[in-house]
Write a protein that binds this ligand. Structure first.
Ligand SMILES: [Zn+2]
Ligand SMILES: [Zn+2]
Length: 447
């Protein structure tokens, strides 16, 4: 243990002992208040070399070896090795590569913290020492940072496990990027007995040191479609002998745009984007078929399914106007529900984040048309999803996620880890059952 860490520990102990105006009024007894680690104390701890260097090391290692959804075998192995080193119990495998770890008493209340593990199928363009070593794969959404943050939080929490009056559940899930790993994790019991779940995502939308979120709907519901429009190939100079699927697909795409602009309440946000158009390979050949694909978004399940129905109708009808046939598929990727933040957890998040960062650093964000499979958790139990800022133009960090030039600001790791650890530890005493309830609790509530 180095001097710096001792100093931080001393400050932390002083912080714990100091009366906290917010928590003292939330907690039932003085004795329980003493058990809660102060959010600012967690930030100091997460910034200490012991925790912060550890997270940077983990994140860089993961960044070098990105793995796609449901293939996170090495990532999962690394996480399990770290949990073993820390002496943290876990269940494995859930959803192929997923892990659920447990810190604390093994008894209620259970509060979950989630990290996603998967990378994207794309090439990294950033030249640096820890660039992806796997061709065609890159951690360009920061999920490497999320895993590092959760392991950092686990490290801090495991050192204080005796102070926990319940159980922190660590959810390491596969396949957030379109695969719906969260759905499978939940189906396989990741949220068993869990009362609340928190998820964090790094973002260059907000500056480093800031966090952002909102109550209620925060991210849209999403679906994907793919359609094959078939005609009859032929010579491009003799179109009358062919049935041109390129012109048909072009009409389809223009008509799809009318679903939002002409059939949707302008005050109710929805999106349809055709992001894929594949067909033809020569300047003088009309191809047999064209494949188009894209995504659609809405802020209610009802609207999402209405769009789904209309997309199918428009593609098949518009293709037939052009004498083509069309088949539409929605099955490739699961639909994601709306990500909805629990209103009580929002108030609670504001308390913790403002105490840690100061009120000016905690931003209210607008809902986004992006989507997240965290929604499968928050559909089942109260959930809270928030963004950890990392933009810093002075050091060239501003590219958005999914860009080949995306870079993670490693200073954000301490903020994410400290917030996740604080949110879990400070909410546990508030969820704690009264002693009378605990006596009546069925044994299956225990781990
Ligand atoms: Zn992403
Ligand atoms: Zn992501």
């Amino acid at each position: 243990m180095d001097i710096c860490f001792r100093l931080v520990s001393l400050i932390l102990i002083l912080c714990i002992l100091a009366p906290s105006p917010i928590y003292s009024k939330l907690l039932p007894t003085q004795e329980e208040a003493a058990l809660v680690t102060n959010p600012a104390g967690f930030l100091n701890l997460a910034r200490s070399p012991e925790v912060s260097d550890y997270m940077v090391r983990i994140r860089r290692r993961l960044h070098e070896y990105p793995e796609l959804g449901f293939e996170e075998f090495e990532t999962s192995k690394l996480i399990r090795a770290e949990l073993d080193k820390m002496g943290i119990r876990y269940k494995y495998p859930l959803a192929v590569t997923g892990i659920v770890g447990y810190i604390g008493t093994g008894k209620p209340p259970f509060v979950a913290l989630r990290a996603d593990m998967d990378a994207l199928a794309m090439e990294e363009d950033v030249e640096w020492e820890h660039k992806s070593k796997v061709p065609g794969k890159m951690h360009a959404c920061g999920h490497d940072a999320h895993v590092a943050m959760l392991l950092g939080a686990a490290k801090m929490l495991q050192d204080r496990q005796d102070e926990l009056q319940g159980t922190v559940v660590l959810v390491f899930q596969p396949a957030e990027e379109g695969g719906g790993g969260a759905k499978m994790m939940a189906e396989e019991g990741a949220l068993e007995n869990v009362t609340a779940i928190f998820g964090a995502h790094v973002t260059t939308r907000y500056p480093i040191g800031f966090v952002a979120s909102r109550a209620g709907p925060i991210l849209a519901a999403s679906g994907f479609f793919e359609a094959v429009i078939s005609g009859k190939g032929g010579h491009a100079a003799i179109p009358q002998d062919a049935v041109d699927p390129i012109v048909a697909a072009s009409s389809v795409i223009v008509s799809l745009q009318h679903l939002v602009s002409r059939e949707t309440d302008p005050l109710d946000s929805q999106v349809i984007s055709v992001a894929k158009f594949e067909g033809g390979g020569a300047f003088n050949v009309i191809p047999n078929s064209v494949t188009i694909g894209g995504t659609f978004r809405a802020f209610s399940t009802e609207n999402l399914y209405r769009l789904r129905q209309r997309i199918e109708e428009v593609i098949t009808s518009q293709a037939s106007v052009q004498r083509c046939n069309a088949s539409v598929s929605f099955d490739d990727k699961p639909f994601y529900p709306v990500t909805e933040n629990d209103r009580n957890l929002h108030k609670y998040f504001l308390n913790v984040a403002e105490e840690m960062l100061g009120a000016t650093k905690v931003l209210e964000m607008k809902p986004s048309m992006g989507s997240e499979d965290f929604s499968f958790y928050s559909e089942l139990i109260p959930g809270y999803f928030y963004f950890v800022g990392m933009k810093d133009e002075a050091v060239g960090i501003s590219e958005m996620g999914h860009s080949p030039n995306y870079r993670v600001n490693e200073d954000s790791l301490s903020y994410g880890a400290a917030l996740q650890a604080s949110l879990a530890t400070s909410i546990i005493p508030q969820l704690h059952p009264h002693e009378d309830d605990a006596m009546e609790r069925a044994p299956h509530d225990e781990l």
